[in-house]
Write a protein that binds this ligand. Sequence first.
Ligand SMILES: Nc1nc2c(ncn2[C@@H]2O[C@H](COP(=O)(O)OP(=O)(O)O)[C@@H](O)[C@H]2O)c(=O)[nH]1
Ligand code: SF4
Ligand SMILES: [Mg+2]
Length: 364
Amino acid sequence: MDRLQIAFFGATNSGKSTLVNALAGQEVSLVSELPGTTTDPVRKVIELPELGPCVLVDTAGYGDPGTLGAERERRSRAVIDSTDIAVLLRSDHPEDDRWLQMFQTAQIPVVELRSQAGKAPVQEVIPDLIRNLQAVRPDQKERLLTGGLVGKDDIVVLVMPQDSEAPKGRLILPQVQILRELLDLGCIPVCCQPDGLQRALDGLHSRPALTITDSQAFAKVNATLPPDWPLTSFSILLAGAKGDIKAFVDGAKAIDTLRPGDHVLIAEACTHVPDTEDIGRIKIPNLLRKRVNGDLQVTIAAGNDFPDDLTPYSLIIQCGGCVASERLLRSRIKKALLAGVPITNYGIALAALNGILNRVSIPE
Ligand SMILES: Nc1nc2c(ncn2[C@@H]2O[C@H](COP(=O)(O)OP(=O)(O)O)[C@@H](O)[C@H]2O)c(=O)[nH]1
Ligand code: SF4
Ligand SMILES: [Mg+2]
């Protein structure tokens, strides 16, 4: 389950940091009487009653003059995309209403508070704040990653390359999550690396209900597996549970209309990318260049940085989003569709580039 992201907005010195610190019960970000002490959003994971694990995001807010102020404001705005609940600290600042409008446009529930800076002790607002957060919390649907594709007693083959890109001594999160879900569902998972797939299949007495592969091994797995045996990838399952997979499948069609010189945006949802750096930054761009038979302009956006203007791009390819929230992925899809730019993701793009998009199983 994603942690609920609660982000605090308001004018400089309205008391955001003080409130976050009081909620978290410890120093999270520097509280100061000088405007604009908090620059980058500061995150703190805490557990709140009835809300479960939450990430509190203390933003720099708005209303600080100068270029640094504009940069702080831009970084605060970028937080909106991944916010589940916005807390707006009102201090009669002329920008307060404009920010409220932005939350409403993004369909984010808002808790509005009067700034108590220099007035009542911050502790007085905490019980009300928690009650209001509980009241507006969005429903968190638990969705199955393998949505409708497998059931009890099904044999499911997992192809998981453990090459130099794989972290040492452990499996990556999507593999762990899907393996756990299969066990919970009463399936019989059979794990192998790409080279072991044929032997794994030879050893089975009945045909697997599904084979799930790392997208990087799509071509090899597709060549080994009989064509009518269901096949999908970890990233397709992940995208299905977190975003609008139909938009991604639709967006992948744009791969066929790309031309040399076109601009492609690779959007990574986090800044630590050891697992998939090679896919997004090297492998996919190279496959695309080969496909268009020429060069392409490729821009990488990492973490919260997603360009405000998407119109220069002919295609956006979003990463698997293993640590991204559903809200973030959906908001990016929405922005892309509004700008009229096709958007797909790593897994779907790789399936399309390998010519097997029609062959893969898509979760419900
Ligand atoms: N009395 C009182 N003072 C507050 C409260 N919240 C903030 N302050 C004071 O207002 C100033 C600015 O607070 P800060 O949390 O840094 O504001 P931010 O810029 O919105 O993060 C600091 O001097 C705080 O001590 C509050 O609820 N009650
Ligand atoms: S969130 Fe995206 S960029 Fe970050 S590790 Fe996961 S797939 Fe890679
Ligand atoms: Mg602050």
